[in-house]
Each structure stands twice: as structure tokens, then as C-alpha cells.
Design a protein around this ligand. Sequence first.
Ligand code: ZN
Length: 261
Amino acid sequence: MPTDIITFLGTSDAVPSWERSHASLVAHMAGQTILLDCGEPCAKNLAFECVNFGGIDAILLSHLHPDHVAGLPQVIIGMWLEAKRTRDIPVFMPAEGIETFRKLILTTYLFPELIKFNVDFRPLSDGRTFAVGLVQVTPHRTTHLDSIRRIAGDKHGIACEPFLYELAANGKRIAYSGDLGEAGDLLSVLDRPLDLLVTECAHFSPQSLFETLRDKPVTRVALTHLHRQLWAKKEDLPAMAKDYGLADKLVIARDGMKVEF
Ligand SMILES: [Zn+2]
């Protein structure tokens, strides 16, 4: 069976950083190339990793915070000018953003008549599985935006619906958290064995994450999106994880890191 692998393009939190790019990773799984989130400078990092812009089969956006989506138009430029792509690109995302993003692509002059392919935005539905080639993708809603929906989202008519993603193919199963409200949001994908869990660690303590993962059927855990203060103390995390039986499973993601599964 060919090797499946993810490459971290950006592992930063939302604060601009000189040493880390914003949230984005590319998964090569079951012959598909899937881009998960497009924090900038996503296109530059795809070029650096020699990922063929024409070979990307789908883009999955977890939610619409700019540190997860701001690089999207430049990725479309890469598909046009670098790859001379003619195949439509599906972009799965929370339904609340689709009209705005469709307009963004048009008002940045990326007309389908010009670039020769369609940017095909498709809405997510909690728990509803869809296929990208042989990869079965299931989005699960998280609580990441619940508090800001109560503060202002309802007033502005924005649903504030974030998702984590589960990807399964050829008997392998991985998950990407996007952003969470609490570590317990991960329970939606921890009921069955996971070969790899990529999870953020910016919105809760590492201890609460490790407690959630204790005794769960996860082979490897890659931490990304560490908030700035935690990033400065990342060397302490493996020892901390040991208390929860996770020391041998833990990977601290850095930009450019590759993890096979
Ligand atoms: Zn977020």
C-alpha cells in the first residue's frame, strides 16, 4: 500500500508570527491530495514543498477565521498561473461563507472564463460524509465559535459553525481538529481507532487535551496551532504527556514537518 502522509504548511496560532505560518496542511491519502485550511502564506508554502497546484483534489476549510482561510485566493492564483489547471476545484466550507467567498473570487478578478476552471464551493453538514476520490470525509461540528456567536454572531446573522474533519480510506482513519472550543469536541472522532490525530492546542490547556486522549484508540497525536506562550514552552510537553500515557504518541508539529500514517 502506498505511503500516506501529511505535510504541515503552517502551524501557528492566529497571532502573526515571524517563525510559523498560519494553519494549513496537505494530506496525501489513498492517491488524493487534500488541502486542509489555507492560512497564509499557504501558496508560498505549497510551492516550497513542491506540491503541484494542479494535483490538489479538494480544499477543506474548517471555519472562517482568517488564520485558516486568508490564503485561499492566492492558492487559486497558483492553480491558474503555475499549474494552468482546467479541472474544477471543490472547496468544502461552512455554508455561512459560501456567497461571500464566491464573490471574493469574482471581485478579485478570478473569473472562471479567465482562469479556465470553477471554484466549486460546497456546504458542510454536521456528520454528513462526502467522498474525495476514495477518501470518505466527515465533518463534525465543534464548539469553537459558540461564545462569539452569542456575543455578536446572532446579531449579525452569522451562524458561526466550525468543523473538525475525519478522513478515512483503505482501512486508515485520521482527523484534523481545525479549531475547538474545548478538548472534549474531539470525542466525536475518538470512538474508533485513529491512525493520526492532528489537533490544535490554542484554546484549552494541554493537560485537558491529554486527559481527553488518555486511553483512547489513537496511534499518533500531532499538536499544532500552539498558542504563543505554549510554543515557547513546547519542550515541556513530552514530559507532561508521559503522565497520560501519551509520550510515545506525541509529535509537536513544525512548519514543513511530514508525518506518515
Ligand atoms: Zn479559529
